[in-house]
Ligand binder design. Structure first.
Ligand code: GDP
Length: 158
């Protein structure tokens, strides 16, 4: 298991910033929401909010892959717990398309801590705690592209 120091080979590959898109974001429905049978309801909220699903996958993360995906948080005290949680069961990964996708999706999912999330947001409705918070949403165009490439090949994006 890779939880502490992350060797360079575990860092996500860089992307060509000249080809960066602003109409795409990446999401995961996390193991808590999958286990609670909320996949359908969450995908429904996402499409009702005007996002087009351009790639979709039901899969799971090993502890090593969770560690790689969340490498940016490697120094945070919750990193080990986060990697255990994110590899504790299946997840749904998706690339979503909409104008201003990253900001629009962050608004739809709400604050990291569901206790602070606005009414109507996905985390307000489905999250259990600050860790088991139902969904991931990329925080920048660059990370959206990196994270989408982590899960999907060019042949899986429509
Ligand atoms: P996000 O962008 O809203 O997902 O939040 P962050 O990027 O700050 O954190 C990534 C993920 O780590 C969150 O979605 C939570 O699952 C988890 N997380 C964040 N803060 C905490 C914390 O204080 N404690 C624990 N246990 N998990 C946290």
């Amino acid at each position: 298991m890779v939880f502490g120091f992350l060797p360079k080979k575990l860092l996500l590959p860089e992307i060509d910033k000249t080809k960066m898109e602003t109409n795409k974001t990446f999401t995961m429905i996390k193991p808590d929401a999958v286990a609670s049978q909320h996949i359908g309801a969450i995908l429904n909220k996402i499409t009702q909010a005007g996002f087009k699903i351009v790639a979709l996958k039901y899969t799971s993360l090993s502890p090593e892959l969770a560690g790689k995906f969340y490498a940016v948080h490697a120094e945070r005290p919750f990193y080990k717990d986060l990697c255990s949680f994110m590899s504790s069961g299946p997840i749904v990964a998706a690339i979503l398309e909409k104008d201003d996708a990253v900001a629009s999706f962050r608004k739809l999912i709400g604050a990291t801590n569901p206790a602070q999330a606005e009414e109507g947001t996905i985390r307000k409705e489905f999250a259990e705690s600050i860790e088991k918070n139902a969904v991931h949403g990329s925080d920048s165009d660059e990370n959206a592209q990196i994270e989408g490439n982590f899960f999907f090949s060019a042949f899986e994006k429509f």
